[in-house]
Design a protein. Structure first.
Length: 147
């Protein structure tokens, strides 16, 4: 079981493979249709990604003549959900309920005891100007007149 889950995690770790799975959510696709959605990858590269998804049992493939029809198998994703997500679901749901209740209590107490508001001081319409002092030259620099 653990080895199966490891294959699933490995398959889900790649963005291209996740994109292929997203594409298959809407319905089965031929290999050519999938390859056409990835113009930046070679046909060989897309087929390697499909092989990884098949080994993880995330994609099921059937042959119709020369065409290969690929479809999503959601069972392995459900296995991961049940093994990893569902165990933490109750923990997080309980935590979120406690946060909600705490926020509601805070809101009630804040509305029952409103905080005093500060009154804004009005600024005078035309504040008084500061007078500038005239600077006088220092007395030792005054020139004396000689006759």
């Amino acid at each position: 079981m653990t080895e199966d889950l490891d294959k699933i995690w490995k398959a889900l770790a790649d963005e291209t493979r996740r994109s292929i799975l997203d594409m298959l959510r809407t319905g089965p696709r031929t290999t050519t249709e999938i390859v056409d959605q990835f113009p930046n990858l070679s046909r060989f590269a897309v087929m390697k990604h499909l092989d990884v998804l098949r080994q993880a049992a995330l994609v099921l493939t059937r042959e119709e003549g020369r065409r290969r029809i690929n479809s999503l198998n959601a069972v392995p994703i459900r296995m991961i959900y049940e093994r990893w997500v569902s165990h933490f679901e109750n923990l997080w749901a309980g935590t979120l309920v406690r946060i909600k209740e705490s926020a509601e209590r805070s809101a009630k107490s804040a509305s029952a005891n409103p905080a005093p508001t500060k009154t804004a001081r009005k600024k005078p319409a035309n504040p008084p100007r500061k007078r500038r002092r005239r600077r006088r030259p220092p007395s030792n620099l005054t020139t004396s007149t000689t006759t």
